[in-house]
Ligand binder design. Structure first.
Ligand code: SF4
Ligand code: SF4
Length: 158
């Protein structure tokens, strides 16, 4: 009982007396590098033409054990389904990854961003605008003017 206590204290004193041997991470100056399979903030995907992949099937919301996904589907002018609204309550999400696994369109992935702390309680809701990846410059270049116009019209990007 006494021996482990002394060993622990000795270790503490050793590091206390040698500040150059810092063992704690100096966050936020020093960032933690997540493991490859780490599940962080969600990301809604686009296809190579910049169109949203989500078809608002609702499977992710159905499978979510925390019931923290809510979405509303709609049809665009071409009869294609998409998520008009898509929200995740990050206070309730347990980052299990079920939404990612069940998605038939590979439209949602949990990425490695773990800096989700906020001082504003209203920031817990991540809307589609926050979750959707921006249109890649390459896709914008590749897409014809007609396609760009279609994307903007269909999803009301302005
Ligand atoms: S990671 Fe799990 S808890 Fe979070 S939104 Fe997806 S299914 Fe729900
Ligand atoms: S993210 Fe995937 S599973 Fe969820 S509604 Fe969209 S297409 Fe369906």
């Amino acid at each position: 009982m006494i021996k482990p206590l002394i060993q622990g204290l000795a270790l503490t004193i050793k590091y206390f007396l040698s500040p150059s041997k810092i063992v704690t991470m100096q966050y936020p100056d020093e960032k933690w590098k997540p493991y490859p399979r780490f599940r962080g903030l969600h990301e809604l995907q686009r296809d190579e033409d910049g169109k949203e992949k989500c078809v608002a099937c609702g499977l992710c919301a159905e499978v979510c054990p925390s019931e923290c996904i809510s979405l509303e589907g709609a049809e665009n002018a071409y009869g294609e389904r998409y998520a008009e609204t898509y929200e995740i309550d990050m206070f309730r999400c347990i980052f299990c990854g079920y939404c990612e696994e069940v998605c038939p369109e590979e439209a949602i992935f949990l990425r490695q961003n773990y800096e989700l702390a906020t001082g504003n309680p209203k920031d817990n809701i991540y809307t589609k605008e926050k979750l959707l990846v921006p249109i890649k410059k390459k896709a914008m270049k590749k897409s014809s003017k007609k396609v760009k116009k279609k994307i903007n019209k269909v999803y009301s990007y302005g």
